[in-house]
Design a protein. Structure first.
Length: 206
């Protein structure tokens, strides 16, 4: 027998519980909260989710989430186009932007190389990164990937692909602890890691 008196409530709770970090108790609390509010609140939430899912696109240049073909960062004339910061995913862009210490552009790989998980270089946005660096005459590439074995492997792969090209390759300083994701690093530490970036020397960083 169901613990809920309403099948509709149970379905809503189950859907909320699919979200990361949301357990059944929190899902129930959210559902009951919506029931207490006027119907306009629920409609506004539902419409916002549907519109986001249907209309959001990925920037054709850096792969960031965007409402248009080019994201606001890539369109911003005040950003330094000669510097590209390479990150794993969209959350890393948000984390670095919150530091206020970086004024270049980004390139989102969409993951890191992980043979154990079946993720190869061909599954990531690496080819588009290499093409972009060469076509846009980028002067510096900052590797801001997770300080994990997979992150280091991806950094080394990109480094090897860019060898012989006229581009400076640097990595964020190791103020970020080994094994940490950028999104969980405090803004001061992350900001300093960007400002105090060091030359990337391939195998010396592995």
């Amino acid at each position: 027998m169901s613990e809920y008196s309403s099948k509709l409530l149970e379905t809503t709770v189950n859907e909320f519980a699919r979200l990361p970090g949301i357990g059944k108790k929190t899902a129930l609390r959210l559902a009951l909260h919506l029931l207490k509010r006027d119907i306009v609140t629920s409609e506004s939430l539902g419409n916002a989710i549907i519109k986001m899912r249907n209309d959001i696109v990925f920037c054709s240049k850096c792969n960031n989430i965007s409402d248009t073909q080019l994201c606001e960062l890539c369109k911003n004339p005040n950003r330094k186009t000669s510097i590209i910061c390479v990150v794993e995913d969209i959350r890393d862009v948000m984390a670095i932007e919150n530091t206020g210490q970086f004024n270049g552009l980004y390139h989102i790989l969409g993951g890191v190389i992980s043979p154990m998980d079946g993720i190869s270089p061909n599954d990531l946005n690496i080819d588009s990164l290499i093409n972009r660096i060469l076509e846009d005459e980028v002067q510096e590439v900052i590797l801001a990937l997770p300080t994990t074995m997979e992150g280091d492997t991806t950094c080394f792969y990109i480094y090897k692909r860019l060898q012989g090209q006229n581009v400076s390759i640097s990595a964020i300083a190791r103020g970020v602890s080994i094994g940490d994701d950028l999104e969980y690093t405090d803004e001061v530490t992350l900001g300093r890691s960007i400002l105090n970036r060091i030359p990337y020397e391939g195998s010396n960083n592995m």
